[in-house]
Design a protein around this ligand. Structure first.
Ligand code: GLU
Ligand code: MG
Length: 481
C-alpha cells in the first residue's frame, strides 16, 4: 500500500496538475497488480462511486480487467450529476449544468475493497478529475482533504465517525412496512432479524469496517450501527461503504433499507450523527485529545472548546449541507432526539451539539462532540469539509461556548430559551439555505462552484416538493439515499 497523507489524493499530491504521465503509469501498474489478485479472489467488477450534491451515491462500474485503464485514465462521467435532484431530474447552476462536458472518475486504490455483501463486486470511491488531469472543483473528497490539510498546517488532526441509522422494510412496493415488530432497543428485534444482522456484521468485518456497536433504534424497523473513528476522509468513505453494505445485505435478505431522514411522516427519523474530536500531535505523548484533560467545560481544552464553539455558531448554515433535503426538516423537530435547538450540553440528546466525555478513566481517548442535527441525505465528504471549516474558524476566533443546556429546550418557555441564548435551528430547507448563502466562512472553504451548486440543488428540491404533504415528502425521499 502506498501511504496516503492528508494532503495527497490516492497517493499523489493534491493541487496543481494532479495527473501526469508518470503518475498515470504508476497508478496503472498498481491497479494491474490489484486486479490480478481481485480476479483470483472471484471479483468480477469494481463499482466506482461518488456521492452527489443531493446525497445520492452514484456509480460507474468496470469489469475487473479494465481496472488498470480506469486507474490510469479514468472512466468518463458527465459533470451534470452534480446538479441532479433526488428524483433524478436536473437543474443547472452557474457552474454546472447542461449536457456537454466530461469528467474522469478514477478509483481511489487506497480505498478499494471487495464487498463481502455483494459477492463478485469490489467498491472504490472515485476521485474526480477534469480531462486535463486537474482535480474537479466539485470533488467533495478533495475538498475534505484540503480542509484536513489546513488544520494539519496548524498542528491539528481530527478523528471522526458517522453513526448510521436505517429502517428495514419487508413491504411490497414503495410503502414502508417494518420488518420486525419488537419494541425500541428491544432484544426481540435482534432475535427477529438475527440472521440478517449476523450476516451484516460478518460482511462489515470482511470489508474492513470496524463496528463498535449495533442496536435496534427507536422507530419501527430501525437499527443503528456505530463504527470506529478514523481520519475524516476515511470516516466519510466508510459511511458510504457501510451504507452500501447494509443496502446489499438487506436486499440479499429479501428486504429493503431506508436511510431517509424521515421514513414515515409521523415517526422518529433516521439521523446520521457525526462524532468529532480534535487532536494535537505531541512529541512526548503522541496525539493528545483536545476534548479532554483541559480546564474548559467538562474537561475540554481551550482549543477543544473553540473548535466546538465554531461548529455551534455555524449550525444553521451547516444544515444546508448536513440536513440537505426537504425531508430533513420533518425529522429535525423538538423532542425526537434529533437536536432541533442550537445549543450544547453534556450528553443531552436534545442539544444539536452533544458533548460526550466517556467513562472516567477513558476520557483522554473517548471524549468527543456529537453533532446530532445531521442526516444521511448529506454528502458525507462535503459535510465533514464544512464541519472542519467551522471548527477551524472557531479556533482562529478563539471562540467560547455559551452555558451548557441540560434539559430538553422544548420544555423551556420562549423567554427562558431567549435568556439562555438557545435558538431553534432552521425549520425548513429554505431557511437553512438562506443561512448558508450568507456564510462567508463556508463559502470560502467550499469554493464558489460548490456553494453555488449546493444552492441550486437545494432550491431545485424545494421547488420540486413545494406544496407536498409530509406524507408525500416522506414517500418521495424514502428509497433514494
Ligand atoms: N433517530 C434519532 C435521530 O433522528 C436519533 C436517536 C439517537 O439519539 O440515537 O437523530
Ligand atoms: Mg441513534
Amino acid at each position: 500500500m502506498e501511504p496516503t497523507s492528508q494532503t495527497t489524493l490516492g497517493g499523489q499530491d493534491f493541487g496543481a496538475r494532479a495527473l501526469d504521465g508518470r503518475v498515470r503509469a504508476r497508478l496503472g501498474a498498481r491497479a494491474a497488480e490489484m486486479a490480478r489478485r481481485l480476479a483470483g479472489d472471484g471479483i468480477v467488477a469494481v463499482a466506482l462511486t461518488w456521492v452527489d450534491v443531493s446525497g445520492i451515491t452514484r456509480t460507474k462500474t468496470v469489469p475487473v480487467d479494465r481496472l488498470e485503464h480506469a486507474a490510469a485514465w479514468g472512466v468518463g462521467m458527465s459533470p451534470v450529476f452534480d446538479v441532479f435532484l433526488l428524483d433524478d431530474s436536473i437543474v443547472s447552476g452557474r457552474h454546472i449544468g447542461g449536457p456537454a462536458g466530461d469528467l474522469r472518475l478514477h478509483p481511489d486504490l487506497d480505498r478499494l475493497v471487495p464487498m463481502a455483501a455483494l459477492p463478485g463486486w469490489a467498491h472504490a470511491p472515485a476521485l474526480r478529475y477534469a480531462q486535463d488531469g486537474t482535480v474537479h472543483p466539485l470533488d467533495a473528497r478533495a475538498l475534505l482533504r484540503r480542509e484536513m490539510g489546513r488544520l494539519a498546517e496548524r498542528g491539528w488532526t481530527v478523528k471522526a465517525a458517522f453513526e448510521i441509522e436505517w429502517a428495514v422494510s419487508d413491504g411490497e412496493g414503495d410503502e414502508f412496512s417494518p420488518a420486525c415488530k419488537g419494541p425500541a432497543y428491544g432484544m426481540t428485534r435482534v432475535t427477529e432479524l438475527a440472521g440478517y444482522l449476523r450476516d451484516l456484521l460478518k460482511a462489515l468485518k470482511a470489508t474492513g469496517v470496524t463496528v463498535v456497536q449495533l442496536h435496534p433504534e427507536y422507530a419501527a424497523g430501525q437499527y443503528e450501527v456505530s463504527v470506529a473513528a478514523e481520519d475524516p476522509a476515511g470516516a466519510a468513505d466508510t459511511a458510504v461503504l457501510v451504507r452500501e453494505t447494509i443496502r446489499a445485505m438487506t436486499t440479499a435478505h429479501g428486504m429493503a433499507a431506508s436511510f431517509s431522514p424521515k421514513v414515515e411522516a409521523d415517526s422518529v427519523g433516521n439521523g446520521a450523527h457525526v462524532h468529532l474530536s480534535l487532536w494535537r500531535e505531541n512529541a512526548e505523548d503522541g496525539a493528545v485529545n483536545a476534548m479532554a484533560g483541559g480546564p474548559g467545560p467538562y474537561g475540554m481544552t481551550g482549543a477543544g472548546e473553540s473548535f466546538a464553539a465554531g461548529i455551534l455558531h455555524r449550525l444553521p448554515a451547516l444544515l444546508a449541507v448536513g440536513a440537505p433535503s426537504v425531508a430533513s426538516y420533518l425529522r429535525l423537530i423538538p423532542s425526537h432526539w434529533a437536536g432541533a435547538f442550537a445549543c450544547w450540553g453534556l450528553e443531552n440528546r436534545e442539544a444539536a451539539l452533544r458533548f460526550v466525555t466517556g467513562a472516567e478513566g477513558e476520557r483522554a481517548t473517548a471524549a468527543n462532540l456529537e453533532v446530532k442535527c445531521l442526516d444521511a441525505a448529506a454528502n458525507p465528504h462535503l459535510l465533514l469539509a464544512a464541519l472542519l471549516a467551522a471548527g477551524r474558524d472557531g479556533l482562529s476566533d478563539d471562540r467560547r461556548l455559551p452555558q451548557p443546556v441540560e434539559v430538553d429546550p422544548a420544555g423551556l418557555s420562549e423567554e427562558e430559551r431567549a435568556a439562555r441564548g438557545i435558538a431553534p435551528l432552521p425549520s425548513s430547507l429554505a431557511e437553512a439555505v438562506a443561512a448558508f448563502e450568507a456564510d462567508g466562512v463556508l463559502r470560502e472553504a467550499l469554493g464558489e462552484a460548490v456553494t453555488d451548486t449546493v444552492s441550486a440543488v437545494r432550491r431545485g428540491e424545494i421547488a420540486l416538493l413545494d406544496g407536498a404533504t409530509p406524507q408525500q415528502v416522506a414517500a418521495a425521499t424514502r428509497w433514494r439515499h
